[in-house]
Write a protein that binds this ligand. Structure first.
Ligand code: DP6
Length: 332
């Protein structure tokens, strides 16, 4: 072990998918049903410190300074088991994790959390793995965490084995000045989280159709990003989100993440584009909050119009972010 202190901190950003993944072909390895593409969110990140020690009897976890509950602790321990296996150690770890975005905003933190945990744990052990392998390891903790390892606009190749399912940068952070203006509609915890949702993706009749045409949308959205062509980009992103939610709504049991306010926002985004010539489109993850993706120049106008829909809406915003990196020891 080359890191004599066995401790390191890392930071990773949350990401929002333009081409979604939903459903796994292998739940244990989190091999997704289809390849996906996202942008990292510069202003939403998790900072995690990991300390490995032979003297620890068990793994411990704090989130934002408080001991974690049983469910997140069990999930982190499972991920540490996978990392222990790869690092060939039986040591336990002390993990301290902080999100810079408030917990309970309904904004998923599993992507940034498992990416930061993976990078910190590997560095703390003194190992140096290539980005591709860090991405495969992060994927074992949470599928979308694979995309929070590389920087900027990121493609996750579905692959068909642990080694071949990884994410890589498609375009750098400064390639296109996009902003995610997030309309927070509900701060409630999801009744059905992504992990449970992925298990039911195949129970309806629409998933097969969604997956079959996902590679065409991926190709088209990559061409639009490459050309910085928002008019081409917007309808693909909205269609992909609608398709994923159609699959969710027709699964058994059905999953309805949209709320009336989500629909009002989606409608308003379409009108902002068609009537006000704002370069904006919407996409929703497994929750009711609406990510309004727009050109940076339009972000203020978009936020102002969103706020006018209802005082119940809280707004967060972020530009394109970097990848998961080791940082100087954080508050240890
Ligand atoms: C709807 O990566 O959160 O956000 O592997 O169970 O943690 P787990 O699932 P997760 O699924 C996210 C799905 C999505 C779409 C996407 O980001 O591609």
């Amino acid at each position: 072990m080359s890191n004599s202190d066995n401790i390191a901190s890392a930071r990773a950003h949350s990401n929002i998918a333009f081409i979604k993944y939903w459903g796994n072909r292998d739940h244990k390895l989190r091999l997704p049903a289809n390849s996906s593409l996202s942008m990292n969110l510069a202003d939403l990140h998790t900072t995690t410190t990991v300390e490995w020690s032979y003297a620890l009897q068990v793994d411990s976890l704090t989130i934002n300074g408080a001991p974690a509950g049983d469910i997140p602790l069990a999930r982190v321990r499972r991920h540490l088991d996978a990392l222990r296996h790869r690092l060939n150690t039986d040591w336990h770890a002390r993990v301290e994790s902080r999100n810079n975005f408030p917990i309970g905003t309904g904004i998923a933190s599993s992507a940034s959390a498992f990416a930061a945990l993976t990078v910190a744990a590997v560095a703390a052990y003194g190992a140096e793995f290539e980005e591709r392998e860090l991405s495969t390891l992060a994927r074992l903790g949470s599928g979308s965490a694979a995309r929070s390892i590389p920087a900027g606009f990121v493609e996750w190749r579905a692959g068909d084995s642990h080694e071949s399912s990884y994410a890589e940068t498609f375009a750098h952070s400064n390639h296109w000045d996009l902003v995610d203006v997030i309309a927070i509609v509900s701060r409630d915890h999801k009744r059905v989280g992504s992990s449970a949702g992925h298990q039911t993706a195949d129970t309806g009749s629409l998933q097969r159709g969604r997956v079959e045409c996902a590679s065409g949308r991926l190709r088209d959205v990559k061409a639009a990003i490459k050309a910085r062509d928002f008019e081409r980009f917007a309808p693909i992103v909205e269609e992909d989100s609608n398709l994923m939610h159609a699959v969710m709504m027709t699964s058994k049991p059905p999953l309805f993440y949209w709320q009336p306010l989500s629909l009002a926002i989606m409608d308003s985004v379409r009108r902002m584009r068609e009537q006000d010539a704002l370069q904006v489109c919407y996409t929703l993850d497994a929750g009711p909050n609406v990510h309004c993706i727009c050109l940076a120049a339009d972000a203020l106008a978009v936020a102002t119009r969103l706020q006018a829909i209802s005082p119940k809406i809280d707004i967060m915003r972020s530009g394109v972010g970097g990848g998961g990196v080791v940082i100087p020891l954080a508050g240890a």
